[in-house]
Design a protein around this ligand. Structure first.
Ligand SMILES: [Zn+2]
Length: 475
């Protein structure tokens, strides 16, 4: 028994080590669309190992496809992206499908496919994915439609679940990158839930099996991202799919992909999905998850939501002639381009005051640093090209965070230099540290700028370094 568990661990490590071979290269960015996954599904439908069926259509008429493989008596159903802006597991599903079409890992794969039937329904909300939004075209959250079943996407999910009467269901989502493992600065890179099926939160065999598989996957994630797992609150939500699928007799496992330091496109998290889900599938095939102690489920730290992208501690803020001490929490929010293919960042101050119970992906200890608003460079430039020729770091060191430009191209909203570009008539608001502002200010040490905050990104003016992405163009 122990040796077989050892082998399984080796399987997980080999999956991790060889991942690059199976990663689907055409899905390398988060904003994937229905049109991006269709060629991959078409290829699978020509592969005799797979059965591919159109099982429904979205409101706007996009096909929902179910991809099945295996001959075993246990059915495992995995669906992703019922929220259109939650694509990480969709990418991981196509990596898993690449693994299944390959000729490697022969014995493990045979074991999986003779014991299980795997069914994948990637991108359940393709209309939402098209415009990178959570809700579907009806404007509803499909995950609150399990009872009312007004959405064709929700009806498809229910119909497929019922027709398979699946033993296991993997409900695959993304969560905000601002979730952390409770009382730690670690992001909840992966969060789990075995949803309750009633208000009493009873645990029957169906739910217990989901909990055991979660404990198993948690151990795997802990190995590659120590401390970066959270467990969702299991309050019963009568309208949600996870809760109802548990109730209908399928062991429902919710997986939420959150944040990971310096991984904005969530590709490391995608890999962790691939490794942990495939390992879980193997464990279900062998049945050895059954011996996992249930009590370990409750030991997974709870999810919390206490992260900022940038946290500035103990800054000095002068207001009406008096000094105050403030912590400042900043989110570097994403704004999509018109086609929802790319994005830029437009940051906001989301909280200020005593933020000692919060954490940052990046944190600055700011004792002795005082805030002062950024100034506008006195010379107006003719074009963005001229901005690119400026010694921007020197400007920041002199306290300038804005430069005025005569001609700004219509379609440009951001600039990859750490200085904001403003139009001829743009009036920079007087600096007041307030929740909701776009943060642009200097942190002075003994009257001299030591750090600049430009569009919510921290720049060290001594070294010239920072985790900077873009400044804004403001008309
Ligand atoms: Zn979701």
């Amino acid at each position: 028994m122990f040796s077989s568990f050892g082998q399984e661990k080796d399987f997980t490590s080999s999956l991790y080590a060889s991942y690059g071979k199976y990663k689907e290269p055409s899905l390398d960015k988060r904003r994937i669309k229905h049109v991006d996954i269709q060629p991959l599904i078409n290829t699978l439908s020509n592969n005799p190992k797979f059965k591919v069926a159109v099982v429904g259509k979205s409101i706007e008429g996009r096909n929902l496809s179910l991809i099945s493989i295996g001959t075993g008596p246990t059915d495992v159903f995995l669906w992703s992206q019922m929220h259109g802006d939650e694509p990480t597991a969709t990418q991981a599903i196509f990596d898993i499908l690449n693994f299944l079409t390959s000729t490697d890992f022969k014995s493990e794969k045979e074991n999986i496919l003779k014991n299980l039937k795997l069914h994948f329904l990637p991108m359940l909300n393709p209309d939402g994915a098209e415009i990178y939004q959570r809700r579907n075209t009806l404007g509803i959250d499909i995950n609150r439609d399990a009872l009312s079943l007004q959405s064709p996407e929700g009806r498809t999910l229910k119909r497929v679940r019922d027709s398979l009467n699946a033993d296991f269901g993997f409900n695959l989502h993304d969560q905000s990158t601002y979730y952390n493992a409770e009382r730690t600065n670690k992001p909840a890179t992966i969060s789990y839930l075995a949803p309750a099926f009633n208000y009493e939160k009873d645990i029957n065999e169906v739910r217990a099996n989901a909990m055991k598989v979660i404990v198993y996957m948690n151990k795997i994630i802990q190995k590659y991202a120590p401390g970066q797992v959270g467990r969702y609150n299991d309050d019963f939500e009568p309208r949600a799919f996870g809760d109802n699928i548990q109730k209908w007799g399928t062991s429902a496992i919710l997986i939420e992909s959150g944040g990971y330091h310096n991984d904005p496109e969530k590709q490391e998290i995608r890999k962790l999905n691939y490794v942990s889900i495939l390992s879980a599938i193997y464990s279900i095939a062998k049945g050895n998850y059954k011996s996992i102690p249930l009590a370990d489920y409750e030991k997974i730290p709870e999810n919390d939501r206490k992260l900022f992208d940038l946290k500035l501690n103990n800054l000095t803020y002068n207001l009406l002639g008096k000094n105050y001490m403030l912590d400042v929490g900043i989110h570097q929010l994403e704004v999509d381009d018109a086609m929802h293919q790319n994005y830029y960042n437009s940051s906001r101050v989301v909280d200020q005051g005593d933020l000692s119970t919060f954490y940052g992906y990046e944190t600055l200890e700011g004792k002795g640093l005082s805030m002062t608003g950024g100034k506008v460079y006195p010379k107006t430039l003719a074009s963005i090209k001229e901005v690119e020729q400026l010694k921007v770091m020197d400007l920041l060191r002199s306290g300038f965070t804005y430069v005025r430009v005569e001609n700004i191209p219509k379609d440009k909203n951001f600039i990859e230099l750490p200085i904001n570009v403003i139009g001829k008539n743009y009036k920079v608001p007087e600096f007041k540290m307030r929740v909701g502002i776009n943060p642009n200010f200097l942190l002075e040490q003994q009257g001299k700028p030591r750090y600049a905050i430009v569009n919510g990104f921290l720049i060290d003016l001594k070294s010239g370094e920072g985790n900077f992405k873009n400044a804004l163009i403001l008309r």
